[in-house]
Ligand binder design. Structure first.
Ligand code: GDP
Ligand code: IMO
Ligand code: MG
Length: 423
């Protein structure tokens, strides 16, 4: 069987967790392919609201297997807390959750290096979640990393010590004020590793190849969003992994010709946490209203998310880079009550009108050009089918479909699993 992909098309937090949970009943396996505990994927159902970090969003479905792929970076400390948070639901992790031996491990010193690097950048900081993501991927590509499979070796702690010592020297080199007590951090880390070792470690690429051969259905779950991709995002204000479709191939060992549907998720407007350019950002009452109604606060750091109008130039770019075959529009309910809606359909780039995402989208180069549309007043959150949609919402959706040339198959009208309308 082929593999379907689900990806965020903006700067993250599009609602990936919710949709993976909605779609899980169609799949045997849910597999996360990149990122780590910088992600916060929110699921809401039956009065439960739960945020997942590294664990795939299919975990609440007993019959599905959740794979953490080789492209993911795992912090044992965060991971064990995540497991503890799930304890009350009596899930069978030994059976339903399996981890790639090739996934890299975030060490306590990776988190410290993240903090030192950000402190040294001053105003130019990335706005990282400070979970150690960048330093861990640097050690991966630098061929110094420690992997889950290493935990099965007798001498892995020697390797750990050598790497941690090197990190301490690097932290000194930054010459910034990062206070820490490594002994405390290590005690917590080694205890967490022991808990982690009770789970099942596998050669996940082989597992997924066999699953495909045996006709199992697989959904690959992305973290972050396309505009945070290390290659195609708004560099350097990005994360350190490939968040786009290609990342699912390298992060799971899925061959490109085995990819079937690519589900692209976007909010009906745009948000971003952390630093970096954001052409359609709103600095006025309208932006504050979006943030308030949309409850736009980071699921991991609690930081307020910056808000702005939908940017079709950026969205088209993400659709192309990923080869999106079906779109899902989230948080349409948040836009109820805005008299007029704006959609950015082109950029004024250094005095010239363009329709593609240029190398640099900093405010001094780019001014968005908007198409204005009628808003709708109706509350969407109780709606259950497309026939109930106000005319203006249908016009908004039709306009986006025409511009993006991909069908919008799901419209989400609230955070709950049930507030999902199929078109
Ligand atoms: P993810 O990282 O892509 O999984 O998204 P997050 O969980 O970080 O952020 C999405 C937020 O929006 C969460 O609080 C969700 O519960 C919420 N959410 C998802 N879909 C909708 C929707 O259609 N309407 C509203 N109002 N909230 C939604
Ligand atoms: P989910 O999967 C939104 C952002 C950070 C920062 C930049 C780099 O929930 O959509 P990092 O910690 O990776 O070094 O941070 O990327 N970022 C996210 N923004 N959602 C996320 O994940 C994010 N993961 C990282 O805010 O700007
Ligand atoms: Mg999130």
């Amino acid at each position: 069987m082929a593999v379907d992909l689900l990806l965020g098309l903006q700067w993250g937090d599009e609602g990936k967790g919710k949709i993976v949970d909605v779609l899980t009943s169609n799949y045997n396996i849910i597999a996360r392919f990149q990122g780590g505990p910088n992600a916060g994927h929110t699921l809401e159902f039956d009065g439960i609201k739960h945020v997942l970090r590294t664990i795939p969003s299919g975990i609440f479905h007993e019959e599905s297997i959740n794979v953490i792929g080789n492209g993911v970076v795992i912090d044992p400390v965060v991971f064990v807390k995540e497991l503890e948070g799930l304890d009350k639901y009596n899930l069978d992790y030994k059976k339903n959750l399996i981890i790639s031996r090739k996934a890299h491990i975030i060490l306590p010193t990776h988190r410290l290096l993240d903090a030192a690097s950000e402190a040294s950048k001053g105003k130019a900081k990335i706005g990282s979640t400070l979970k150690g993501i960048g330093p861990t991927y640097m050690d991966k590509t630098g061929r110094n990393g420690i992997r889950i499979g290493d935990l099965e070796l007798e001498n892995w702690q020697d390797k750990y010590r050598a790497l941690a010592n090197k990190h301490e020297a690097m932290i000194d080199f930054y010459n910034v004020d990062v206070q820490y007590d490594l002994a405390d951090l290590e005690a917590e880390f080694f205890a967490a590793v022991e808990t982690l070792k009770r789970l099942t470690f596998i050669d996940s690429e082989e597992y997924l190849h066999q699953a495909q051969k045996n006709g199992k259905t697989i959904l690959a779950e992305g973290a972050q969003g396309s505009l945070l991709d290390i290659d195609f995002g708004t560099y350097p204000f990005v994360t350190s992994s490939n968040t786009t479709a290609a990342g699912a191939c390298t992060g799971l060992g899925v061959a490109p010709n085995k990819v079937n549907e690519v589900f692209g998720i976007f909010k009906a407007y745009t948000t971003r946490v952390g630093s970096g350019p954001f052409p359609t950002e709103l600095f006025d009452e309208t932006g504050l209203k979006m943030a308030k109604i949309g409850n736009e606060f980071g699921a991991v750091t609690g930081r307020p998310r910056r808000c702005g109008w939908l940017d079709l130039v950026a969205l088209k770019y993400a659709v192309q880079v990923n080869g999106v075959t079906q779109l899902m529009m989230m948080k349409g309910d948040v836009l109820s009550g805005f008299p007029k809606l704006k959609v950015c359909t082109a950029y004024n780039y250094k005095g010239e009108q363009i329709n593609h995402l240029p190398y640099n989208i900093e405010a001094e180069n780019v001014t968005p050009i908007y198409t204005e549309m009628e808003g709708w007043k109706e509350d969407l959150t109780e709606m259950t089918e497309v026939s109930q949609f106000p005319k203006a919402l249908n016009a908004y959706i039709d306009f986006l479909e025409k511009e993006l040339e991909v069908p919008i198959k799901i419209v989400s009208v609230g955070p709950d699993r049930k507030q999902t309308i199929h078109r």
